[in-house]
Write a protein that binds this ligand. Structure first.
Ligand code: NAD
Ligand code: UDP
Length: 337
């Protein structure tokens, strides 16, 4: 297949490029480089052993999309492009809805026009809200995400469901990620946050290299075994292998299909710190800070639907997530820049 990867210069998209190439697919990347890097695409192409054209442009640019689809006969789209910083989405909601929701509408319009109707979309466990008992499974009703970023994901899910109901050509996979972490085993690809990292593992990694002084652990009074937040962390390579499995499964499926991508077990913030210390062989300084607004105490996936329907499950354990993050961080202390 020939697959258009939007956001392929970003963290998850660049890892997806590698597994797509390794599986024998052709790849075209469209990315506006708002948070991505051309170097990531070049390295992904090298690791995957293929040539990958990078089109520097925006999913909101309809004439550009029409040109891309006419120049490249694509069979499917993996749609990673989006803005993802929760705090920023609270400050700039219009920018987030315009980029993530309006951008996806434009993409889908261009796809429908050219008859490319197989789509894998990056959603998030945040669409479950925080009202449900654990673990979260796809049969649960969606809830109310606590910020505009999460709501943009929920809105897109709703748009995609309506689209598939109206036009039976669509084959859509909505993948609800839990907490992707880690890096490609080579240490050549990884997460390259701009500025101060928002997420736990990139922050820990920067404390370990001495770039940041101490990790603020947001809350130690949650109803969890050690009082710190619990999340279902999965290795980014497992995550992108899930995308590959979804892409293939969609060939046999109509309409919208929702799959959780997670491991099914949670780790606390302190367990993550200890696991990273094991990987890097030194202490990671941390201090307790107040809870972060909008955070839930715990969340982890019921991944059984993906296992049954996609034949996919995570293979890499926490030690590998941390060792691979550390290898990437040491080799690229400033990211791609
Ligand atoms: P990322 O920021 O590293 O990658 C996103 C890429 O999309 C970037 O390269 C950026 O330049 C590009 N982009 C953004 N807006 C664009 C636009 N309008 N046109 C073209 N390109 C655009 O983020 P990531 O962690 O790789 O996340 C990929 C997707 O997965 C996002 O949609 C994100 O919301 C979703 N997701 C991520 C996580 C996570 O923890 N990383 C969790 C759940 C869902
Ligand atoms: N967290 C933390 N300090 C940080 C970043 C995150 O204690 O600097 C905690 C956060 O409160 C949550 C967990 O780590 O319990 C995972 O947060 P992250 O932002 O990585 O992912 P989220 O689950 O919010 O999408």
């Amino acid at each position: 297949m020939k697959v258009l990867v939007t956001g392929g210069a970003g963290y998850i998209g660049s890892h997806a490029v590698v597994v797509l190439l390794e599986a024998g697919h052709q790849v075209v990347v469209l990315d506006n480089l708002a948070n991505g890097s051309a170097e990531a695409v070049a390295r992904a192409a090298e690791l995957g052993g293929g040539a990958v054209p990078l089109i520097e442009g925006d999913i909101r640019d309809r004439p550009l999309l029409d040109r891309v689809f006419s120049e490249h006969t694509c069979d499917a789209v993996m749609h990673f492009a989006g803005l993802k910083a929760v705090g920023e989405s609270v400050e700039q909601p219009l920018r987030y809805f315009e980029n993530n929701v309006a951008g996806t509408l434009t993409l889908c319009q261009a796809m429908a026009q050219t008859g490319v109707t197989r789509l894998v979309f990056s959603s998030s466990a945040t669409v479950y809200g925080d009202e449900h008992p654990l673990p979260w499974h796809e049969g649960l009703p969606t809830g109310t995400p606590s910020n505009p970023y999460g709501r943009s994901k929920l809105m897109v899910e709703q748009v995609l469901a309506d689209l598939a109901a109206a036009d039976e050509r669509w084959q859509i996979g909505i993948l609800r990620y839990f907490n992707p972490v880690g890096a490609h085993e080579s240490g050549r690809l990884g997460e390259s946050p701009r500025g101060i990292p928002n997420n736990l593992v990139p922050y820990i990694a920067q404390v370990a290299t001495g770039r940041r002084e101490s990790l603020a652990v947001y809350g130690n009074d949650y109803p969890t075994p050690d009082g710190t937040g619990v999340r279902d962390y999965l290795h980014v390579m497992d995550l992108v292998e899930g995308h590959l499995a979804a892409l293939q499964a969609l060939g046999r499926r109509q309409g919208v299909n929702v799959w959780n991508l997670g491991t099914g077990r949670g780790y606390s913030v302190l367990e993550m710190v200890r696991a990273f210390e094991q990987a890097c062989g030194s202490k990671v300084a941390y201090h307790f800070a107040p809870r972060r607004e909008g955070d839930v105490a715990s969340c982890w996936a019921d991944p059984s639907k993906a296992r049954e329907e996609l034949g996919w499950q995570t293979r890499r354990h926490l030690a590998a997530m941390m060792a691979d993050t550390w290898r990437w961080q040491q080799a690229n202390p400033e990211g791609y820049t």
